[in-house]
Design a protein around this ligand. Structure first.
Ligand SMILES: Cc1cc2nc3c(=O)[nH]c(=O)nc-3n(C[C@H](O)[C@H](O)[C@H](O)COP(=O)(O)OP(=O)(O)OC[C@H]3O[C@@H](n4cnc5c(N)ncnc54)[C@H](O)[C@@H]3O)c2cc1C
Length: 420
């Protein structure tokens, strides 16, 4: 396998094994994904099942699963490489991979030895695809406002509620569902519990999948739970630890995953635009000859360089077990914002052609809109960053998740850990 040309900006973050993974992701995207993109775009209602099977065939759902359970144990930079490189070709495929990696964090960090032994090998080989179901139609990003509840009936937990925008909702085999288990008035940090719920359990119903603005082929829809019985063996973590499980998975995996999706889309927006203005005739030359166009391109290039550094710096810190919650939050919000600004420039430079379905920039721009909300909106990231800053000021900052979970099912730093 030939080594890819990776941006020199990222040199300090990439080992030879990372570069090999980068090449493997690019080859896979070119051979397996590119030929499917148009079909997925043309059927926005359809949920694509084949993509997840192809990803499973590469064992990429196990990128952070320890080798002892059949995973790649390759770490967070490796995970970012996979999502970033797939997103260059298809935001939907990158989303399919990333959405099922977030619940893996919850399982790794909160699962019992028995749950690890039973589930992680199937997660690693892709035969069990996971989802994480936290958001509800009305509560949105306010986890503490959730209405879904589970009650103990003496033999099992009985779960009722509706979850919305659940990534891989319609293809997942196993859902990590967070629900209320304490009476009203209990502090959110102790009021919720995470459960492992099989997709085919009685009372689990998928709400008909509807088309969305972007990520065609990827399902992020609603699941309703109607008196679903859950054995105590399928409680993930302790009763009352659901908020912790949801929040830490979202910060340590969700934020960087979405940052990587934004980065892949950002890269494609820049390259499509550079190609477009280089080929579009104007006066005696091309659009790209005009200094005003070059000024915009230069700004797009500067944003992309910043977005790359942000994305890889944050996950490199995570692999090095450094405290980096703030870097993960900052990379998520700025990674989206930088991509979004570039996306708008790209659309304007394509002008009328940018609106036509045979020009891929409109797909990339639509997909970019989808990285704002998941794993916390911009307001949520900035609020949390401000809270951390202010708590630091008065000396009450709590231990970051990146420190609390460092060493717990984290990969080794060794280069040879990354296998393709
Ligand atoms: C592609 C995609 C995949 C997703 N995957 C998953 C998944 O796998 N699992 C899952 O559980 N959820 C998932 N989500 C849902 C996602 O987590 C939510 O969209 C997100 O938490 C925000 O909720 P909301 O969209 O309902 O917006 P709301 O929370 O209703 O917010 C609406 C607006 O108000 C602002 N706002 C809200 N509260 C505040 C506040 N306190 N201060 C300031 N501003 C505020 C928000 O920033 C936003 O601009 C996904 C969403 C998308 C789009």
């Amino acid at each position: 396998m030939s080594m890819p040309t990776t941006p020199t900006t990222l040199d300090r973050f990439l080992t030879p094994a990372h570069r090999a993974l980068w090449q493997a992701a690019d080859d896979f995207a070119a051979q397996e994904i590119q030929p499917r993109v148009q079909r997925m775009e043309g059927a926005p209602h359809r949920v694509d099942r084949k993509i997840a099977r192809l990803l499973a065939g590469r064992r990429w759902f196990g990128v952070t699963v320890p080798e002892a359970f059949g995973g790649m144990e390759a770490g967070h930079v490796a995970k970012t490489i996979l999502i970033h490189r797939l997103a260059r070709v298809s935001g939907a495929v990158a989303a399919t991979l990333q959405a099922s990696l977030i619940p893996v964090a919850a399982l790794l960090h909160y699962g019992t030895g028995e749950q690890h032994a039973t589930l992680l090998p199937s997660v690693a080989d892709g035969s069990v695809l996971m989802s994480i179901a936290v958001t509800e139609p009305d509560q949105g990003g306010h986890i503490g406002g959730m209405a879904s509840a589970a009650e103990w009936d003496g033999r099992a937990w009985v779960l009722t509620g509706v979850k919305a925008h659940v990534g891989n909702s319609h293809i997942a085999d196993l859902h990590v569902v967070v629900a209320r288990t304490s009476p009203a008035g209990t502090r959110t940090s102790r009021a919720l519990t995470a459960f492992l719920v099989q997709g085919d359990q009685r009372g689990v119903n998928l709400v008909r999948h509807t088309s969305k603005l972007g990520l065609h082929g990827f399902s992020y829809g609603q699941i309703s739970f109607d008196r679903v019985r859950i054995s105590p063996n399928n409680v993930l973590g302790e009763i009352g630890q659901g908020f912790e499980a949801a929040q830490s998975s979202s910060i340590l995996y969700g934020r960087p995953n979405l940052t990587a999706v934004s980065l892949g889309l950002h890269e494609t927006a820049v390259s499509l635009t550079a190609r477009y203005v280089s080929n579009r005739p104007r006066y005696q030359g091309k659009l790209a000859d005009l200094s005003v166009i070059q000024d915009r391109l230069g700004q797009m290039s500067a944003r992309l360089i910043m977005a790359r550094i942000l994305a890889y710096h944050a996950v490199d810190m995570l692999d090095r077990r450094l405290p980096c919650d703030d870097e993960l939050l900052a990379a998520k919000v700025l990674g989206h914002d930088l991509a979004f600004e570039t996306g708008n420039d790209a659309m304007q430079l394509h002008a009328a052609n940018g609106l036509a379905e045979d020009f891929p920039i409109q797909r990339v721009w639509r997909d970019m809109q989808t990285t704002y909300a998941p794993a916390g909106t911009g307001e949520v990231q900035r609020r949390r960053l401000a809270e951390n800053l202010l708590q630091e000021e008065i000396g009450t900052k709590r231990t970051p998740w990146s420190v609390l979970h460092a060493g717990r099912a984290q990969p080794p730093i060794a280069d040879e850990a990354v296998r393709v």
